[in-house]
Design a protein around this ligand. Structure first.
Ligand code: PEP
Length: 230
């Protein structure tokens, strides 16, 4: 199976030219590379970044209703109509802004209804978080969701951040797998770079959610290349 590498650009870059240039460099650098890559830019750049044959476009969040009187929100259906394929939910930075696991669960269900692939971040309370997400999902849909083990302390912008060790990631994957069908994809997220990606793949990750390293085209391209098992 091809690795899946998802770029979370967060609230970067600050203008659409830089966003376009970054995406263009990544698409060029990944020509012929046998990895699936998803770029998740801020909403305002989504429409301008067209997906290519192995670089998909995703969003960093969306609402749980498809249309209506919800000021400031963006719906899964709108993203789908723009050409998005993936959407990230449950990121610890959103939780700090008030997103609860119940909200993440509703968003996950709405994204599936719009045929988007939900990429759901799971932190330290693996069982509790996963059970709340899974209870509203039909068994046939569970393997459509991509779960990411992303402990908050591993995110590069945290003070004293360090990536999880492959052993720690493996222990987390084991807990996650016990709640999921065998066909579900698990990713690792938290300070991943081109040098340590291989260890996470060997520990059982199908790929990674990448923050800081996704803003440097060459580093990100190398990371995607190094995720391929030879
Ligand atoms: C993230 O916040 O989703 C993330 C993976 O960030 P970083 O790679 O910068 O730790």
């Amino acid at each position: 199976m091809k690795p899946l590498i998802i770029a979370n650009w967060k609230m970067n870059p600050s203008n659409s030219k830089d966003a376009f240039d970054l995406a263009k460099a990544v698409v060029r650098g990944l020509e012929g590379v046998k990895a699936d890559v998803v770029l998740c830019p801020p909403f305002v750049y989504v429409a301008q970044l067209l997906p290519s044959s192995n670089v998909f476009i995703g969003a960093q969040d969306c609402f749980w209703v498809q249309e209506g009187a919800y000021t400031g929100e963006v719906s899964p259906q709108m993203l789908k109509n723009l050409g998005c394929s993936y959407v990230i939910f449950g990121h610890s930075e959103r939780k700090k802004l008030g997103e609860t696991t119940e909200m993440t669960a509703k968003k996950t269900q709405a994204a599936l209804l719009a045929s988007l692939v939900p990429v759901v971040c799971i932190g330290e309370h693996i069982e509790e978080e996963m059970k709340s997400i899974l209870k509203g999902i039909a068994p046939k849909d569970v393997s459509q969701i991509i779960f990411v083990y992303e402990p908050e302390w591993a995110i590069s912008t945290q003070p004293h951040a360090r990536p999880a060790t492959p052993k720690e990631a493996q222990a987390a994957f084991k807990k996650m797998c016990s709640l999921l069908p065998k066909t579900t994809s698990l990713l690792y997220g938290g300070s991943v770079n081109s040098k340590d990606i291989k260890g996470f793949i060997e520990a059982g990750a199908q790929g990674a959610l990448v923050g800081a390293a996704s803003l440097d085209a060459q580093e990100f391209i190398q990371l995607a290349k190094n995720s391929i098992s030879r």
